[in-house]
Design a binder for this molecule. Structure first.
Ligand SMILES: Nc1ncnc2c1ncn2[C@@H]1O[C@H](COP(=O)(O)OP(=O)(O)O)[C@@H](O)[C@H]1O
Ligand SMILES: O=C(CO)[C@@H](O)[C@@H](O)COP(=O)(O)O
Length: 555
C-alpha cells in the first residue's frame, strides 16, 4: 500500500517545529525545529529598542513564517518523501496569542507607520499586562449576571482575547482604530497558507468567550466595557468559526512553493497546542486528565456533562473532541520556573560540575535532588512565578520559597520548585473531582515527561496516581498532524474523525510512573502546608504579594 503522510506544525513559546507523520500508524518519520529568532520579546521592541512595561510578552509574526519556510521543507528533504504523498497539514499554536491586522491581513507591526507602537505587535499568551482589564471585566460580568462567566470558572484571565483587546483600546486607541481585525496567531498562520480567513472554534471558545449556542458575549456587555467595543464581535472579531478537524482550505500556490508541498493540500483549521495533545495521547473519552507539560502546564479533560467549577479555566462544548465537553485548567509556569532557576539562580560551581560531568544543569540538579526524601529539605514553595492560572486566576500573585537556612542547597531548592508545581496540579485535580468531574487516569505529554524522571515520580507521589506517558516527543505536532489527516478525509488516505485518527496514530509508552506509598504519605502532609500558604497568599489572608506588585509597578 502506498504510504500517505500528514504534517503537523507546532508553534510553541520559543520555537516552532514540523513533524512528518505516517498516517497508517502514526510513525514520526522526520522532525525539524526552528527557534524563533526574536524569541519572546519581553523587555524592548526590536528596531526602536523602546522599553516595554511590566508583564509584557510580544512576538514577531515573521518568526512564524520562518517555521513554515524552513522546518516544513526540511522534514520533506530529510525523509525523502514525495510531496504528492503528503495529504494534510495541521497546525497548533500557543493561545491566546493574538495580533491586530489591517484589511489585507497584514499584522500592524509589520507596517512602518505602526511598528514603533508596542500595541501593534503580537501579544503572546503570557502577556499579562491586561490584568487591570481582566479584573474590571470580571466585576462587570458578575454584576450583570453574564451567563458566560460560570463557564470560565467565574473569572476571565488576563491572557485572553478580550482583555488584551481592551488593553489596546485603553492604551493605544489609534491601534484599536487602525485594526481591521484581531486574530489568534493560529488562525493567521492558516490564513497565510490558504488565503481563507477562518477562526477555529477551540481558541474562540477557550480564549474569546465564544459559545456554539450563544456566540460571543453580547453587544450590551461589550458596550458596558467601553462603548467603542460595542460592535467588536461583528467587526474586529468577525468571520466564520469552524470546528476542529474542518478543512480551512487548500494550500495556496505561493505557499506550496515556499513550503515544498503541492498546491491544494488540505489544511485543517488551527488548534491550541495543549488541546491538540489530547487525541495525540489516545484520549478521546471522559475521565482521563491529560497534562500537557512544558513551559507551562495545561490540564485537559473530556466529559459528557457540563459543570461549572471554580478555577477551571474553561468548559467548551466540542472544544477538544466533537460530541464531548472539553475542560481546560492550567499552571502559567512550570518548565519556565525551572528555566528561571537554571538561568538566573544556580551558582557557577554547579554549571562547572555539570559541564565536567557532560550533562545539562537540569540533569545535574535532577540527579542530586533525587537523593533526597520528601520533606527532608525543610523547604516548600508556591509555584506562582508567572502568577496563578488555576485555581485562583490571578496574574498578580508571585512565587514564594519558605524554609531556607544557611544549609540549604541549590538541588534542594530545585526539588522544592518541582514539588510546588506538583502541588499546584493536585489543586487542579481536586477542583475537577470536587465539582463532580471524575479523574480516573492521568496522562502526561509535552517536553517535561520525556526529560525529567524525578519530576514524573514526584507528580505520581504527590497526586497518589499512576501516570501514563505519551510515546511521542512532539505530542502537539502529532495532534496537529492528526487533525490535518482529518481535514484530508479518508478518501485522500486520511481519516474521517479524530477518534479514528487517534485509534491508529496515537501511542503510549509501556513504562508508567506509579506512586510510592511512603512518599505519598509525606506529601499528603506537605500538601496541607501548601494549601495553607495558598489560602494565606492567594485568598486574601495576606496582601503582601499584591502590595509588592503595586510598589513595583508604581516604580
Ligand atoms: N531536564 C529538564 N527538567 C525540567 N525541565 C526542563 C528540562 N529540560 C528543559 N526543561 C524545561 O522545558 C521547558 C520547555 O518545554 P517544551 O515542552 O520543550 O516547550 P514548550 O512548552 O514551549 O512547547 C522549558 O521551560 C525548560 O525549562
Ligand atoms: O495556554 C495555553 C493553552 O491554552 C498554552 O498555549 C500556553 O500555556 C503555552 O503553552 P506551552 O507551555 O508553551 O506549551
Amino acid at each position: 500500500m502506498k504510504r500517505r503522510y500528514s504534517i503537523g506544525i507546532d508553534f510553541g513559546t520559543e520555537s516552532g517545529r514540523a513533524l512528518l507523520v505516517d498516517l497508517t500508524n502514526g510513525e514520526e518519520v522526520a522532525t525539524h525545529v526552528t527557534v524563533y529568532s526574536h524569541g519572546v520579546i519581553g523587555e524592548k521592541l526590536p528596531g526602536s529598542g523602546q522599553k516595554l512595561g511590566t508583564d509584557w510578552a510580544l512576538q514577531h509574526p515573521g518568526d512564524y513564517m520562518e517555521v513554515l519556510r524552513r522546518s516544513v521543507s526540511e522534514v520533506l528533504r530529510t525523509a525523502s518523501v514525495n510531496m504528492e504523498d503528503v495529504v494534510g497539514i495541521g497546525v497548533d499554536f500557543t493561545a491566546c496569542t493574538m495580533m491586530p491586522l489591517d484589511s489585507t491581513g497584514t499584522p500592524l507591526c509589520l507596517k512602518a507607520e505602526w511598528r514603533e507602537d508596542p500595541h501593534s505587535w503580537v501579544k503572546l499568551w503570557k502577556h499579562h499586562a491586561a490584568q487591570t482589564e481582566a479584573n474590571r471585566m470580571n466585576e462587570i460580568a458578575k454584576a450583570r449576571g453574564e451567563t458566560f462567566l460560570p463557564r470560565y470558572g467565574g473569572k476571565v484571565s488576563s491572557e485572553w482575547m478580550i482583555p488584551k483587546i481592551w488593553q489596546i483600546l485603553n492604551e493605544a486607541p489609534h491601534i484599536y482604530e487602525a485594526a481591521d481585525m484581531f486574530m489568534e496567531a493560529a488562525d493567521w498562520i492558516v490564513m497565510q497558507m490558504t488565503g481563507e480567513q477562518i477562526r477555529n472554534s477551540c481558541a474562540a471558545g477557550y480564549k474569546a468567550l465564544w459559545n456554539k449556542r450563544e456566540g460571543y458575549p453580547s453587544r450590551g456587555f461589550l458596550q458596558s466595557l467601553d462603548p467603542a467595543m460595542a460592535d467588536l464581535a461583528e467587526t474586529k472579531l468577525r468571520g466564520t468559526i469552524a470546528p476542529l478537524g474542518s478543512k480551512a482550505g487548500g494550500l495556496s500556490w505561493e505557499m506550496a512553493g515556499v513550503m515544498g508541498l503541492c498546491p491544494g493540500t488540505a489544511v485543517a483549521v488551527g488548534n491550541i497546542d495543549a488541546h491538540a495533545m489530547v487525541p495525540a495521547c489516545g484520549v478521546v473519552t471522559p475521565g482521563k486528565l491529560v497534562m500537557a507539560m512544558g513551559t507551562s502546564t495545561c490540564h485537559l479533560m473530556l466529559s459528557d456533562k457540563e459543570v461549572h467549577a471554580e478555577g477551571i479555566s474553561g468548559v467548551v462544548e466540542d472544544g477538544i473532541v466533537a460530541g464531548l465537553y472539553g475542560y481546560e485548567a492550567g499552571q502559567a509556569a512550570v518548565g519556565d520556573i525551572f528555566a528561571w532557576y537554571v538561568d538566573h539562580a544556580v551558582p557557577a560551581y554547579i554549571k562547572q560540575a555539570a559541564t565536567e560531568a557532560g550533562i545539562t544543569v537540569y540533569e545535574w540538579l535532577e540527579r542530586e535532588a533525587s537523593a533526597y526524601l520528601p520533606g527532608q529539605s525543610g523547604l516548600i514553595a508556591l509555584d506562582w512565578w508567572n502568577g496563578n492560572r488555576s485555581v485562583l486566576a490571578d496574574a498578580d500573585l508571585s512565587g514564594l520559597l519558605l524554609g531556607c537556612t544557611l544549609q540549604t542547597k541549590p538541588e534542594e531548592i530545585y526539588r522544592a520548585l518541582i514539588e510546588a508545581t506538583a502541588f499546584g496540579t493536585r489543586k487542579i485535580i481536586e477542583a475537577f473531582t470536587d465539582s463532580g468531574i471524575d479523574v480516573d487516569e492521568l496522562y502526561a505529554c509535552g517536553g517535561l515527561p520525556q526529560r525529567n524522571r524525578l519530576l514524573m515520580q514526584i507528580y505520581a507521589d504527590v497526586t497518589g496516581r499512576e501516570i501514563k506517558i505519551a510515546d511521542s516527543v512532539q505530542t502537539a505536532a502529532l495532534g496537529a498532524a492528526m487533525f490535518g489527516a482529518v481535514a484530508a478525509g479518508s478518501e485522500e488516505g486520511g481519516y474521517d474523525s479524530i477518534v479514528d485518527a487517534a485509534a491508529k496514530m496515537a501511542q503510549l509508552r509501556k513504562e508508567t510512573f506509579k506512586p510510592n506509598p511512603a512518599h505519598a504519605a509525606i506529601y499528603d502532609e506537605l500538601y496541607k502546608q501548601y494549601s495553607e500558604l495558598q489560602d494565606i497568599f492567594g485568598r486574601g489572608g495576606s496582601q503582601v504579594m499584591k502590595k509588592l506588585k503595586e510598589i513595583k509597578v508604581k516604580g
